[in-house]
Design a protein around this ligand. Sequence first.
Ligand code: AMP
Ligand code: ZN
Length: 472
Amino acid sequence: MENKLYFYNTLTKREEQFIPNEDGKVSMYTCGPTVYHYAHIGNLRSYIMEDLLEKTLRYIGYDVKRVMNITDVGHLSSDADTGEDKMLKGAKREHKSVMEIAKLYTDAFFSDCGKLNIKTPDVVEPATNCIPEFIHMIRVLLEKGFAYEAGGNIYFDTSRLKDYYVFSNHNEKELLVGVREDVDEDVNKRSKSDFVLWFTKSKFDDQELKWESPWGLGYPGWHIECSCISMKHLGEYMDIHCGGVDNIFPHHTNEVAQSESYLGHKWCNYWFHVHHLNDKSGKMSKSKGEFLTVSLLESKGYDPLVYRFFCLQSHYRKPLEFSYEVLDNMSAAYEKLVKRIGTLERSGEVDQAGFEEYNVKFEAALCDDLNSAMAITVLYDMLKADISDATKLALAESFDQVLSLNLTAHREKAAEPEVDAELEAFVLAKIEERKAAKKEKDFAKADAIRAELLEKGIALEDTREGVKWKKI
Ligand code: AMP
Ligand code: ZN
């Protein structure tokens, strides 16, 4: 198939034409959330832009398999293997077990993703599912001489690599500065850049989750999970690996080190990194200032898709500054856009040449290093163009496969039949009557009420959230 997508590859440090290993197919891996707290909207910027990449690939004809991990074990808050364990911190904060915290925040993460129209990856794998795979990889790294045991822990030996800093954003000097600032320097390491693959002796003696291993009862380091989970589902050769820019070092650098040492060949060809969402004081974080979540935006009256629209209006390779002022402007623009699309008439023919003209422009914008702001400009231009309403509507629906902004939501709402207030009051009264009958174990009466409503064309459904009704 024709390869026309270009995007910036952090590995080669240039914009490159995307050529997958297998024609027409793409294997894609995303570093998932650490589920110790809600995702902030900065985290979600990364997931929105990765969703845009996946949907662009699908739109231009690729068959994509996307895998994401859930970090539900480990992940130290300092990347020098010395900071506090985030999952443990979360569990202590909320007086819950680590697994309870993981479940709570995994569900919250996917609920946020749903509100932002972020597609769930084809495979989602929690790290705690893959302990045997981690142990296997660490064992092979030890056998091949890429790892060593010290003080009860297993470390990756970075001195064995000719080019450890593959993304070369960091050099040893900078790293040493980082270590000097760190009071808890790990004395077991042979060199500063070495990292833990498996802990048995750590300062977190109250670590809740531990597993048997050839090196004793312990738990994995953070980086090993992404290498193992991606290989488990995508094999030894991967096309695209994604994450936020903060993942480049040390996380992705360490992933490359251990994966390629284990495999004995190159692993992933393209590295896609999303720049940060900042607030006025700098990088957004979960501990600093107002904790900006999707729910907070909703509680302030914003449609979550306004935040998606805001993200798509800027390039993924530029830092983005959040402010309510800009969000207000986005909200007004978004509402106007959706209303405008809502006025389009479906009647009439779709003009194929007109459709093609704007679709080509839309794809060209996305294929130019995912220029989503330009893709939205094409949408606006198309709405002003001299083509039929039916063509515009078909284009808006098509573009929305990638933009995922519910562009035709206003139309659909307007098309919904008005609910007759009198009928609604009648049905609700009947539902209450039926509820009372059930409470008194008068099931015959409850059934009779259901049948009476059915005769009037109203179907009842008992759900966990209560009784729902619809016209049939
Ligand atoms: P975490 O849950 O901390 O592992 O982070 C989940 C994802 O969010 C990772 O891909 C991070 O690189 C990304 N990320 C963290 N902070 C930000 C931010 N302020 N803006 C954009 N992405 C971020
Ligand atoms: Zn990762």
